[in-house]
Design a protein around this ligand. Structure first.
Ligand code: ARG
Length: 280
């Protein structure tokens, strides 16, 4: 069972955020982020999330770990357990002990993966209904996802990511409810595209230009959907389907390859998730 009664989101202030290394095609040390603007954009996102009904929990930022702001990558939350990430790139590996300590401090059980696998948390593992959709190849390994599903006792659908720009599943796939999701088809191999179509009843594909504005990297709180600016087609489509889109500019974080969803981690479980085996 979750210890939270309201939608609760983990964020980390961008005090030490910056482009200090290059581990995805969006990042270039020659395109530095403006720290004042990054602070403003992050605070505006936080305020917006609170306005649409989320409670925000903060973990302390740390010097030398500029991507710690992307809390989606801390781990995969399941009930009162968090499966901690094992980052592919050394530059981010120092985040995990801080994530572990934070989760323990609020009473979560933390699980570290054994095995030589990489796994980047809710960046690559997203529940839609009772099924865990799992992006692999670029940052997480398929074997890690299989192990995770065996621990949880759920069905896993491994999805191969084929475009380095969409290196985490949450950059190209966003569950909205148990049977509805936003996605960017060209980010997946053919088999993964077919698997998504077979397992998610209602799909909203986004255009190439809106995918590049991180349209799929949205935060869902009930029927409210928070995303970056510059995705008017998706916003219209969401409205037609009874959702309420809200946008806020996140350009300083796109420079690191992240947007709204990456900057958050839902601690009480996503709205689209039905956790298997939960005793009420
Ligand atoms: N610069 C970070 C990285 O490449 C961005 C992480 C974005 N997080 C996400 N969940 N997609 O690892």
């Amino acid at each position: 069972m979750s210890q939270f009664t309201a939608p609760t989101i983990l964020m980390c202030p961008p005090d030490f955020y910056g482009i200090e290394y290059e581990i995805n095609p969006w990042m270039s040390r020659s395109r530095a982020s403006d720290s004042k603007l990054a602070q403003q954009q992050w605070h505006a996102l936080r305020d917006l999330l609170e306005n649409v009904g989320a409670e925000i929990r903060l973990m302390p930022p740390a010097r030398g770990l500029p991507d710690l702001v992307f809390t989606a990558n801390a781990g995969l939350v399941w009930n009162n357990t968090v499966f901690l990430s094992k980052f592919r790139h050394e530059a981010r590996q120092g985040e995990t002990p801080l994530d572990e300590a934070w989760f323990q401090s609020i009473g979560f059980e933390t699980v570290s993966m054994t095995g030589e696998w990489s796994f980047e948390g809710a960046g690559d593992a997203l529940f839609c209904g009772q099924t865990l959709f799992a992006g692999y190849l670029i940052r997480s390994d398929a074997a890690a996802m299989q192990w995770l599903a065996s621990q949880i006792g759920c069905r896993v659908i491994p999805l191969q990511l084929v475009d380095e720009h969409y290196y985490h599943l949450d950059t190209c796939f966003c569950p909205l409810s148990a049977d509805e999701a936003i996605y960017y088809p060209p980010a997946f191999d053919e088999y993964a595209q077919a698997a998504i179509s077979a397992h998610v009843e209602n799909l909203i594909p986004v255009s190439e230009s809106e995918a590049a504005r991180f349209a799929c990297n949205a935060v869902v709180i009930g029927r409210k959907v928070v995303l970056n600016t510059g995705c008017p087609e998706l916003e219209r489509e969401l409205q037609d389907r009874g959702y309420e889109p809200h946008h806020t500019e996140l350009g300083e974080f796109i420079k690191a390859g992240g947007s709204a969803k990456c900057l958050t981690l839902r601690l009480d479980g996503e709205d689209a998730a039905i956790w298997p085996g939960v005793e009420e």
